[in-house]
Design a protein around this ligand. Structure first.
Ligand code: SF4
Length: 378
């Protein structure tokens, strides 16, 4: 099985915390869609004929596209990869784009999952972040998707935002729970160099939340969503029974995926590739039958480290039997030895005599555990 990621790099405006590759140059949209379809065709061998199980339109803002743009992309995927094994087809969307008419239009397309960047229900914070929607629009967007017939809706939240209090975060979570969506992702704000919010922080115009509050927010997140019936299946992800994101889970389980569009990453177990992060350069190259990308060949140690890094974050944990089979007895033994102190102090647990998982206590110190389990050549 395999996945396809389609990057749609257009945003009407830029949010101040964002470091994803996107542009406000919407006049390039139709040239871009042609180039994207051409890239899909050029790389039809990348997945080596593996059946495509998931497709994910991410961004940027994929909900900036019109019905005919999506049709062109889907026709290309169907022609070169086939869609008969697709189980999950996600559109990442901005709440302000999800009008009643747009949500209804999406139902005419193969999408069966909507992922919405709500971030917070606090209007003044949404304004500060330069998001284009307000809380009421977010609530309505979920209603419109439901009304259109979508029964797999995910929302993204950000916590640890400037001025965040325990009370405000609890309010956000209560609002999220009341929407009764199938999936919730919640990430702590990070201040990435080069973003506007990073500049505001450097200029002391906003303050970062302290470490103790961050831990408290994370704890509130796990408890609130847990008591509302959501399963905590990955450090930042929660779902109603079995409604986990199949596409993102494939990244964590080392399943091959093809990423098309500027800045998109691809992985086929031997190599990792990433396209140039420039819309203009990307289009020009593809129009000249070329691709601008970098590539990394993955050796055994890199694959082991990636497997640890991604699988330990999930409820399925590190599959110890697979570690032995794929990476050999030595790395398996290394993993067991490095896990031992964390097993002894209750940060890690083993299930089914095979799966090495973070305990509730371990989730709070996962970064340290991951770096202990990773193999560093001397
Ligand atoms: S809409 Fe998404 S991709 Fe675009 S600037 Fe905002 S956070 Fe970044």
């Amino acid at each position: 099985m395999a996945g396809i990621y389609i990057h749609i790099p257009f945003c009407k405006t830029r949010c101040i915390y964002c470091d994803f590759y996107s542009t406000t140059r919407s006049e390039l949209k139709s040239r871009y869609i042609h180039a994207l379809c051409k890239e899909l065709q050029m790389r039809k061998e990348y997945l080596r004929g593996e059946p495509v199980e998931t497709i994910y339109f991410g961004g940027g803002t994929p909900s900036q596209l019109a019905e005919e743009d999506f049709r062109e992309v889907f026709e290309t995927i169907r022609k070169y990869y086939g869609m008969e094994h697709c189980r999950e087809i996600t559109l990442e969307a901005n709440p302000d784009d999800l009008t009643e008419a747009y949500a209804a239009m999406l139902q005419n397309l193969p999408f069966n999952r909507i992922s919405m960047g709500i971030q917070t229900f606090d209007d003044s914070t949404l304004k500060l972040l330069n998001r284009r929607h307000n809380a009421a629009q977010a609530v309505n967007a979920v209603k419109h998707c439901r009304h259109a017939g979508f029964n797999n809706i995910s929302i993204d939240l950000i916590y640890g935002l400037p001025g965040e209090t325990d009370e405000r975060w609890k309010r956000d979570l209560q609002q999220a729970v009341s929407l009764n969506v199938e999936h919730i992702s919640a990430y702590h704000l990070t201040y990435e160099e080069g973003t506007r919010i990073y500049e505001l922080l450097q200029a002391h115009r906003i303050r970062e939340v302290d470490e103790e509050s961050s831990v408290c927010f994370f704890s509130t997140l796990i408890d609130t969503l847990g008591s509302a019936g959501y399963e905590h299946y990955e450090i930042s992800n929660f779902c109603r029974s079995d409604m986990y994101s199949r596409h993102n889970t494939s990244y964590w389980k080392g399943i091959p995926y093809l990423g098309c569009g500027p800045s998109a990453h691809s992985f086929n177990t031997d190599t990792r590739e990433w396209n140039v992060a420039s819309l203009e350069k990307y289009i020009r190259a593809i129009e000249n039958n070329q691709r601008l990308f970098e590539q990394e060949h993955l050796d055994r140690t890199t694959c082991y480290n990636e497997c640890i890094m991604t699988s330990i974050r999930t409820r399925w944990g590190v599959p110890l039997n697979d570690i032995e089979q794929k990476f050999g007895k030595e790395l398996w033994q290394y993993c067991i030895d490095m896990a031992r102190p964390h097993l002894d102090c209750g940060n890690l647990e083993i299930y089914d005599n095979n799966r090495l998982c973070l305990s509730r206590k371990g989730i709070f110190v996962s970064d340290g555990i991951i770096s202990d389990l990773m193999f560093v050549e001397e």
